[in-house]
Design a protein around this ligand. Structure first.
Ligand code: IPM
Ligand code: MN
Length: 374
């Protein structure tokens, strides 16, 4: 069953990383155990070093052994990396840049799906006024992840007389735009069939091409209503009426910024998973890396207060997109919703309203497991 053909189950590489990564990962793996038992499949896990933990142990944020384990796996379950301890290192050696960007590039993880969901019950935790989001909101940001200004060449700096010049290049090819747009249109087909493409076509050549290609791809998806929005306007509309969005597709840099905005609007980073998908195999399953949208949160690490739901929901995305265990994925998501509906709240989403119970990281993980058994 595993792509390596060994053993009788799937295989995943587990990269817990730094900060709250390891403690939320324990909860997520506990949920995975239960779901495997319930749905009758096995998932072998290989634990690998990444980020600051890898720097401390072997001197680099993405050791070769870790890459090899990921190559042999059906998917990567990632925690989070980084922290003050490694902030003084040169940028390319820091955990975030030195591990995340090379992993994305190495595995061709070009499609980053970042849900920005504010459940109705959690509206109080969102900075948006309740009356503007009577039913919460549910946005899916599809961000291009291996192109654009992050990776474009030339990139660098040079001295020019007394001055210094630094430069990055935003490049997009037709092929890169086409494949990300297909992912977004396909996602829109499975939702409310509305797609907003975000660009800066009033200024950037890459955006002019982006718009053209997006419209072309849209001809293959006549049922999807496609609109275009400039990125500055999108930033504003998200604040004004987040519930007017369904699926959004955009380039690497704009997606980086807008997905953080969306995450903030949803009320808690601790609730949001993400998937970074590469190519599909013959069974239509993606190789992917799954991780919480939030960071390593070093300020709360080790205190047992971190919200494990983003990591648990990342497991659900992994089950759906990389293992094709769609029912198991839906069961995990339903269990998380049930736990929220029951009033369990980690500190990040606790508002003190009637019916809420303050929960630790472990309480929350256990509650999801209990809900799965019901
Ligand atoms: C993210 C992060 C990364 C990015 C950084 C850490 C390289 O902000 O995953 O959004 O900019 O893509
Ligand atoms: Mn970011």
């Amino acid at each position: 069953m595993s792509k390596t053909g060994e053993g009788d189950g799937y295989r995943i590489a587990v990269l817990a990383g730094d900060g709250i990564g390891p403690e939320v990962m324990i909860q997520a793996l506990g949920v995975l155990d239960v779901v495997c038992g319930k749905f009758g499949f096995k998932v072998e896990r290989e634990r690998c070093l990444v980020g600051g933990a890898a720097i401390d142990a072997v001197g680099c944020p993405l050791p070769e052994d870790t890459v090899t384990s990921c190559e042999g796996a059906d998917a990567i379950l990632f925690g989070s990396v980084g922290g003050p301890k490694w902030e003084g290192l040169p940028a390319d050696e820091q955990p975030e840049r030195g591990a995340l960007l090379p992993l994305r590039k190495r595995f061709g993880l070009f499609a980053n799906l970042r849900p920005g969901v504010c459940m109705r019950e959690l509206r109080g935790a969102s900075p948006v006024k309740d009356e503007l989001i009577p039913n919460g909101f549910d946005i899916l940001c599809v961000r291009e992840l291996t192109g654009g200004i992050y990776f474009g060449e030339p990139k660098g700096r040079r001295d020019e007389g007394d001055d210094v010049v630094a430069f990055d290049t935003m490049v997009y090819s037709r092929g890169e735009i086409e494949r990300i747009c297909r992912v977004a249109f396909t996602a829109a087909m499975g939702r409310s069939k509305r797609l907003v493409s975000v660009d800066k076509a009033n200024v950037l050549q890459t955006s002019v091409l982006w718009r053209e290609v997006c419209i072309e791809v849209g001809r293959d998806f006549p049922e999807v209503e496609l609109t275009h929005m400039y990125v500055d306007n999108a930033a504003m509309q998200l604040l004004r009426r987040p519930d007017s969005f369904d699926v959004m597709v955009t380039g690497n840099l704009f997606g980086d910024i807008l997905s953080d905005e969306m995450a903030m609007l949803s009320g808690s980073l601790g609730m949001l998973p993400s998937a970074s998908l590469g190519g599909k195999n013959d069974q239509g399953l993606y190789f992917g890396m799954y991780e919480p949208s939030g960071g390593s949160a070093p300020d709360i690490a080790g205190k047992g207060v971190a919200n494990p739901l983003a990591q648990i929901l990342s497991v659900a995305m992994l089950l759906r997109y990389s293992l094709g265990e769609v029912e198991a994925a839906a069961a995990v998501e339903a269990a998380v919703s049930a736990v929220i509906a029951s009033g369990m709240r980690t500190k990040d989403i606790y508002t003190g309203s009637e019916g809420e119970t303050l929960a630790t990281t472990a309480d929350m993980g256990q509650a999801v497991i209990t809900a799965l058994d019901l």
